[in-house]
Design a protein around this ligand. Structure first.
Ligand SMILES: Nc1ncnc2c1ncn2[C@@H]1O[C@H](COP(=O)(O)OP(=O)(O)OP(=O)(O)O)[C@@H](O)[C@H]1O
Length: 248
């Protein structure tokens, strides 16, 4: 562990592991506040790979965004020879994906609370020219008060107002059709992904399904949205309208 990190924070138990590092609970020696520290092993990320770029992108973007109650905040960043340590908001171990797996689908009211907070987070990013590009339940964490915190800005891009970007980035179920078509695209791709998240919260399965990535992409491009009676019979007209162009 970095000396500076140990000077400023007391590192406690491990709370999770990702591909490139470990997340620990920690508390500030000066304020006593609790945080999470994500310690990334630099050697696990090869030189100029896409992953290395993602690692550098995340702290850069978090630094750029002003605090928002629904976006994970970077409080401190430390680097030593072997690790990059990001001190971030402490959340519960269970993300939205885990929550749906464990507890089943959300009620329309519960989904509305999550979606409202998610849209506030996305609007905040867009106001700073940040396109998240990987909005999905696994990247939606909860703080101790059960408010959501959008995490994982490794795939994000910063743009000037109205500027478009390119590149197939994201996760198959959630990716917008314009990304798959290889066109230039803008911030609206995050709104598409938020719509997919809403559908999954209510249905428990994705709106565009396939066994392979290629099949999922075909389903996304077809854009054939079904509201099975079993799942959506008690859904309000307004939530169904949110998914369809007719509501625009
Ligand atoms: N801010 C946080 N507060 C509490 N727990 C966290 C926090 N961030 C991550 N975790 C926990 O640590 C685990 C690893 O997180 P990390 O961000 O390193 O990897 P990941 O995004 O889950 O996976 P990968 O990087 O391999 O795709 C998560 O699954 C979660 O359980």
């Amino acid at each position: 562990m970095s000396e500076a990190l140990n000077r400023d924070y007391q590192i406690c138990e491990e709370i999770g592991r990702g591909r490139f590092g470990t997340v620990f609970r920690c508390f500030s020696r000066s304020t006593g506040g609790s945080f999470a520290v994500k310690s990334i092993v630099k050697s696990l990320v090869s030189g100029d790979s896409l992953e290395a770029q993602c690692l550098l992108t995340e702290p850069k973007i978090l630094h750029l965004l002003s605090p928002c109650p629904h976006i994970i905040q970077l409080h401190d960043l430390y680097e030593d020879e072997t690790h990059l340590h990001m001190v971030i908001d402490l959340c519960s171990k269970q993300d939205l994906h885990d929550l749906i797996i464990t507890n089943g689908v959300l009620s329309e009211n519960e989904a509305r609370v999550v979606l409202t907070q998610l849209m506030k987070a996305i609007a905040h990013c867009h106001a700073y020219g940040v396109i998240h590009r990987d909005i999905k339940p696994d990247n939606i964490l909860f703080d101790e008060g059960n408010a959501i915190k959008v995490a994982d800005f490794g795939s994000s891009e910063v743009v000037m107002e109205g500027e478009m970007v390119s590149g197939v980035v994201g996760t198959p179920y959630y990716v917008a059709p314009e990304v798959l078509l290889g066109r230039d695209y803008g911030e609206k791709v995050d709104v598409w992904s938020a719509g997919v998240v809403l559908y999954i919260m209510l249905a428990g399965f994705p709106p565009f399904y396939g066994e392979t990535a290629a099949e999922i992409f075909e389903a996304v491009l077809r854009g054939n949205l079904r509201f099975s009676a079993r799942v959506f019979q008690s859904a309000s007209t307004s939530v169904k309208d949110l998914f369809t162009e007719d509501a625009l």
